[in-house]
Design a protein around this ligand. Structure first.
Ligand code: ARG
Length: 459
């Protein structure tokens, strides 16, 4: 007989390469605390239901506590022959409690066990990620608040479009992250269902009280269908999807930070502590942190494809393919966490060059829309005003000027509605100040948005 925990029906030992291939301990050892927490709840429930004796459960509970401490002190050696964290914990419990440990797995399968462990782990991580998002939102809002009236070019198609407040631009990312947090909160609701007690796939013959186990473990409800309970990995796919969207937001921001810190833009400087140099070019100061956040987005999107592809076509119920769920999940948790943390630390070390942003606003006809609006105010229909303003731009380009540099006579040639007040109307600060529509870049709106955000973050 094979010496495996499951070895009863086997007459040959497992091939050594298969042992290595089959093992997941290198990855799933990270679930040890969740695994022990789940086993403890299972024991308490079994004692209450008289599936095992109370004193036996107490001995095993104390043993599991010692196993936890031994794992934390690196006193449990991990080996491929014991496959995964579940077998290692059970084996270590055997070293603590002898044959009594063999009662732990009554009425339970590794299938419901692993489903439980991941849910316990991910609930905890999801809460932490939501806190990290809040931390980074605070950093964004602080930077916005520190520069309430800095004006920069707003872009569409990466062409200068209309001036906006730098704070308004930053607050756009606040909104994205707010939605990210909402998505994680929503995903949390679905991962908050308890699978233990569904056993291998069909439920168990023992009189388990799943409701009692649920209460001990602090889950909101039970997984309702035993087959779904052991084979559902939606909550992982959902988590990685939301993480992917969040990373894409960080990646878009990264791209902007990289552009803004280039000599061509010169809008910001990222401090030395958050940049790196070149081994050959002495002058270089590279925005590696932003580039890495952008780059790591690819990993998370890749993780999403990995879990999707693993789950695609899997029949009911548990299949070993699912063991492949943990690497992409853990990598996603780690990647998103460190990206949020590193940006939270970096943002207070960004210097904003208001002068460069303002200079950039002076070129590229960012006030052309406002000249059209000026004509509308003077009674011209918008389409016609758009055409006249377009002609004004063409004239200015041909004379290598901006709109503000055209003479009143030139303006009047384009439309006799123009009078001296046009120059005030198309001035940069006026252009921004007039955008008072809800959600626009007007100074009052942006100040209110920052204040609202601060309230939301402190609530
Ligand atoms: N290591 C396995 C996994 O992560 C645990 C479940 C194994 N179940 C089984 N029937 N072999 O999926």
């Amino acid at each position: 007989m094979s010496d495996k925990l499951w070895g009863g029906r086997f007459s040959e030992d497992t091939d050594t390469l298969v042992e290595k291939f089959n093992a997941s301990i290198d990855v799933d050892k990270r679930l040890y605390a969740s695994d022990i927490e789940g086993s403890m709840a299972h024991l308490k429930m079994m004692a209450r239901q008289q599936i095992i004796a109370k004193d036996e459960a107490d001995t095993l509970l104390a043993g599991l506590e010692r196993v936890r401490i031994r794992i934390e002190n690196n006193e449990v050696s991990f080996s491929d022959s014991l496959e995964d964290i579940h077998m290692h914990v059970e084996d270590a419990l055997g070293q603590e409690c002898g044959d009594l440990a063999k009662k732990l797995h009554t009425g339970r399968s590794r299938n419901d066990q692993v489903a439980l462990d991941i849910r316990i782990f991910l609930k905890n991580e999801t809460r932490q990620i939501m806190d990290r998002i809040t931390g980074f939102q605070n950093a964004l809002v602080n930077l916005a608040k520190a520069h309430p009236d800095v004006i920069m070019p707003g872009y569409t198609h990466m062409q200068r479009a209309q001036p906006v407040l730098f704070a308004h631009h930053l607050m756009a990312y606040y909104e994205m992250l707010k939605r990210d947090k909402e998505r994680f909160a929503d995903a949390y609701k679905r991962m908050d269902a308890m699978p233990l007690g569904t056993a291998a796939l069909a439920g168990t013959t023992y009189p388990v009280d799943r409701e009692f186990t649920r209460q001990i473990l602090g889950f909101a409800r039970l997984c309702e269908n035993s087959m779904d309970a052991v084979s559902d990995r939606d909550f992982i796919m959902e988590f990685i999807s939301h993480a992917g969207i969040c990373m894409i937001h960080l990646s878009r921001l990264s791209e902007e930070l990289i552009l803004w810190s280039s000599s061509e833009f010169g809008y910001i400087t990222i401090s030395d502590a958050f940049t790196t140099g070149s081994s050959i070019m002495p002058q270089k100061k590279n925005p590696d942190v932003a580039e890495l956040v952008r780059g790591k987005t690819g990993r998370v999107v890749g993780n999403l494809m990995a879990i999707f592809t693993t789950m695609k076509s899997l029949p009911m119920a548990y299949n070993k393919d699912m063991q492949e769920d943990k690497e992409p999940l853990f990598d996603t948790v780690d990647t998103l966490s460190i990206c949020l943390e590193v940006y939270t630390r970096m943002f207070p070390h960004i210097t904003v060059h208001a002068d460069r942003m303002k200079t950039a606003c002076a070129r590229g006809f960012l006030n052309a829309t406002d000249f059209a609006d000026y004509l509308v105010n003077k009674g011209m229909p918008f389409r016609q005003a758009h055409a006249v303003a377009g002609k004004a731009v063409a004239l200015a380009i041909s004379e290598k000027k901006e709109l503000d540099d055209l003479s009143l006579a030139q303006f009047k040639d384009l439309s006799d509605r123009v009078t001296e007040d046009v120059y005030d109307f198309i001035r940069l600060d006026q252009v921004v100040a007039r955008r008072i529509s809800a959600g626009g870049t007007g100074v009052d709106n942006v100040r209110a948005a920052v204040e609202k955000a601060q309230k939301e973050l402190n609530s």
